[in-house]
Design a protein around this ligand. Structure first.
Ligand code: RAM
Length: 359
């Protein structure tokens, strides 16, 4: 059965109810069906690394949150890459980083629109799975970027940096700044966010090392990638823990709000802050002595790689299995376990280099 009509039929059904779709197994016998590869949902059949790069594809970007400058940069990177490859870009997504139901309905909308691929940053590892599996059954390739789902719910994950490395380096940066002594807290994004929770897991593990024996993690607060909530959570942390020596905030929205609070308070320069921020957001706090150093990758390059991965999947150059290789611009990437593709190492920004970066 040809792909388009089938996908169309499925989409029509989807409009009625996604539960009915699960029961009918719509698309269950097509060659686009998915199989499990001990991890990622690899597409049946072999990858053909020499296959031509398809043009005229439509890739729908679904960020955690549309009005977050980090995702604006990331998705613009995706848009530019798709334009260069002769394909089309769309973006849809919720304005709140805790609107998981909203993300599910955007997956369903993109499925009904019969896009060729979806690039999604998931607010929650499991909540999108039914909808994403349905999309894959309809022949749509699914790439997660920035924040993953459970591996069986997508074909590949484009990770911003090694998750372990990010978690551990955040703790190392902060511990150095507080002289390896005192109470610290984490200001995270949404409580369900896959990426932040993975990094926090490695932060806790790093803290088990004897060199941190005098460092104590007293609280993990959640600002939900909302500027006001993150600001209030920072204020609350300082009220609850007056001896707090440092905060690590692995979210661009959180670290900016925490810097804003600290810089206008008596804690400026005394309570150390690090995390994952954009140079444009953090420049003034580095210059005014609130923040010594923080890190990030280039979000536009992450979006670029997510788009190129989506096109490589749709072109059959990769299927989502470990060891497959594909060319993205000038670089060749290899899929790791569970279909994970790592962008590269993050950059640490401080007063010495921040003016060289603009994003
Ligand atoms: C926020 C989001 C995003 C995360 C960055 C560091 O913008 O939570 O998922 O990767 O921060």
């Amino acid at each position: 059965m040809p792909k388009r009509p089938l996908r169309h039929a499925c989409a029509a059904l989807l409009a009625v109810t996604s539960l009915a779709l699960t029961a009918t197994g719509c698309g269950g016998t097509t060659k686009n069906d998915v199989e499990h590869d001990g991890g990622s949902a690899a597409t049946a059949g072999k990858a053909d690394p020499g296959a031509a790069t398809k043009k005229g594809l439509t890739v729908g970007f679904l960020p955690k949150q549309v009005n977050n400058p980090y995702f604006t940069s990331a998705d613009q990177g995706g848009r530019k890459a798709l334009a260069r490859l002769g394909s089309h870009y769309e973006e849809a997504g919720p304005s709140s980083a805790t609107d998981t139901a909203g993300q599910v309905s955007y997956v369903n909308t993109l499925t009904q629109q019969q896009v060729d691929a979806i690039a999604v940053s998931a607010q929650d590892p499991g909540a999108l799975c039914t909808a994403l599996k349905q999309a894959m059954r309809n022949g749509i390739k699914v790439v997660t970027y920035d924040s993953d789902t459970d591996p069986g719910c997508r074909n590949a994950f484009v990770s911003q940096a090694g998750a372990e490395d990010l978690g551990r380096t955040e703790v190392r940066l902060l511990a150095r700044q507080i002289g390896y002594k005192g109470e610290i807290a984490i200001l995270s994004a949404a409580q369900t966010a896959t990426n932040q929770n993975t990094w926090i897991g490695y932060m806790k593990d790093e803290l088990k090392d004897p060199r941190y024996k005098n460092v104590r993690l007293v609280k993990i607060a959640y600002g939900n990638d909302d500027a006001q909530q993150s600001f209030q959570q920072t204020q609350g942390l300082l009220q609850e823990y007056p001896n707090l020596k440092g905060i690590v905030s692995p979210t661009t929205v959180g670290v900016k709000a925490a810097a804003q609070y600290l810089s206008g308070s008596k804690y400026k320069g005394k309570v150390k802050l690090t995390g994952l921020g954009t140079p444009d957001d953090m420049r003034k706090y580095v210059k005014n002595g609130t923040v010594d150093a923080f890190e990030l990758w280039d979000p536009a390059r992450l979006g670029d790689l997510a788009a190129r991965t989506a096109v490589a999947l749709s072109s059959g150059q990769i299927t989502g299995r470990r060891g497959e290789r594909f060319k993205a611009g000038a670089k060749t990437y290899t899929l790791g376990a569970n279909g994970v593709i790592v962008l590269g190492a993050p950059t640490v920004f401080d007063a010495g280099n921040i003016d060289r970066f603009h994003f």
